[in-house]
Ligand binder design. Structure first.
Ligand SMILES: NC(=O)c1ccc[n+]([C@@H]2O[C@H](COP(=O)([O-])OP(=O)(O)OC[C@H]3O[C@@H](n4cnc5c(N)ncnc54)[C@H](O)[C@@H]3O)[C@@H](O)[C@H]2O)c1
Length: 389
């Protein structure tokens, strides 16, 4: 007899929640319910998401007997507590990044997760772009030669105006770091995963370009649920302490060096996560806004390798759920990630095979929290800083 579908619930009803919802459905789970910042907003979200039920609070959702897997998609400061509640209640947890806003909290949660024996995962979903997986396969096979240089940027513009505001700006909700914790963490996770190198030392500079922002904090994506439940006020002035930009120079444990620029104030750049890995004989470069190709460069010729499952490494081909020429993207990464995590929860229920190298875990997420703290520490002390392993 077929196993009954996994019962999942989603805490939060904004941009991330919508992606988790669609991915859960694609993976064959039964989405039991959702919650938002207030019971009323939770009810509205249930209607919008086509669900029968909402929970009045994230705490009720995280501990409900009706739920096997809890997806935590709320503002950052609540992640640790909700993930902890869910684990203590025996639920598997997919928790959004950052896992916590301090490394002490992230490490405590990691320990709890390890002791629980439950499946815990964090959506560093850029790993699931087929052409990022192809970059990994080429780097890891040694076909580009030894890795010498890792560089790139992650640029956005949605917070570039003085009237742009969001809960992420508030350190009480987002954490002490904004641009780096929010998007720089994705870049670092991705390049470490592609190369197998670990950033071991760094020197960072962070800058708050707009020290004052006007206007109420809004949800991430207009048209979706508002973020905090606070009533918007006509004129609000926020003094900003979190960074709009971050610059890093770094070395890696395997002898490479690199540089990264992170910004949420770069006009025209929407979600430009771009990296290049330069090896001894070739380079690969990936641009998540153009994820259907990979740049492969060498002294004897440069190529734009198009996503064609027939020509890719096994993992990249596995992630290519659409044929060549039928563009895939960000939402497909979420679907692949969630499918792989559910397959780990129910190995027999078959969401099928997996990439073979595993999904991003709480270990990976705790590492990026440590990296984030190293960035802030280095920026404060204006000196090279070690990243604790
Ligand atoms: N992995 C990724 O690629 C990715 C992408 C986007 C966001 N995120 C992460 O997802 C999280 C949410 O970000 P977002 O962009 O969806 O934000 P958002 O502002 O769009 O949505 C936040 C949601 O949380 C709800 N909420 C706020 N306080 C709550 C509470 N106490 N209890 C229950 N619900 C509450 C709000 O009602 C809202 O629905 C963040 O931690 C962010 O870092 C990750």
């Amino acid at each position: 007899m077929a196993e009954s579908p996994l019962r999942v619930a989603i805490a939060g009803a904004g941009m991330a929640a919508r992606l988790h919802l669609d991915a859960a459905r694609r993976a064959g789970a039964r989405v039991v319910g959702v919650c938002a910042s207030t019971p009323e907003r939770g009810k509205q979200a249930a209607v919008r998401f086509g669900l029968d039920r909402s929970f009045d609070s994230a705490e009720e959702l995280a501990t409900s007997d009706e739920v096997d897997v809890v997806h935590v998609c709320t503002p950052n400061a609540s992640h640790r507590r909700l993930a902890e509640l869910a684990l203590l209640a025996g639920k598997h947890v997919i928790c959004e990044k950052p896992l916590a806003t301090t490394s002490d909290e992230a490490d405590a949660l990691l320990e709890l997760a390890r002791d629980s024996g439950l499946i815990t995962a964090v959506p560093f979903i850029y790993r699931y772009h087929p052409m990022a997986a192809e970059a990994r396969a080429r780097v890891r096979s040694g076909s580009i030669g030894p890795v010498r240089l890792i560089h790139g940027h992650y640029l956005q513009d949605w917070l570039s105006g003085p009237g742009d505001n969001n809960w992420r700006v508030d350190p009480g909700l987002g954490g002490a770091s904004r641009a780096f914790a929010d998007i720089g963490s994705h870049w670092c996770d991705l390049v470490e995963w592609v190369t197998g190198h670990r950033i071991d030392k760094l020197i960072a500079m962070v800058h708050t370009v707009l020290p004052v922002r006007e206007g109420a904090a809004r949800g991430t994506f207009s048209g979706l649920d508002d973020a905090t439940g606070a009533e918007p006020t006509v004129s609000t002035e926020t003094t900003v302490t979190t960074e709009d930009t971050a610059h890093l120079l770094f070395s890696t444990d395997l002898g490479a060096s690199g540089a990264l620029t992170v910004s949420q104030v770069s006009p025209g750049r929407k979600n430009r996560l771009w990296f290049e890995v330069d090896g001894g004989s070739a380079s690969v470069a990936f641009d998540q806004e153009n994820p259907e190709s990979l740049f492969v460069g060498s002294r004897t010729g440069n190529a734009k390798l198009l996503r064609d499952p027939a020509l890719l490494s096994p993992q990249a081909a596995y992630l290519s759920v659409l044929p060549a020429g039928h563009p895939m993207g960000y939402a497909d990464c979420f679907a692949a990630f969630v499918g792989e995590v559910y397959a780990a929860i129910r190995p027999t229920a078959n969401q099928g095979t997996s990439t073979g190298y595993g999904y991003p875990t709480f270990d990976d997420a705790a590492r990026t929290v440590r990296l984030t703290e190293a960035v802030l520490r280095s920026a404060r002390s204006r000196s090279w800083t070690e990243v604790p392993r």
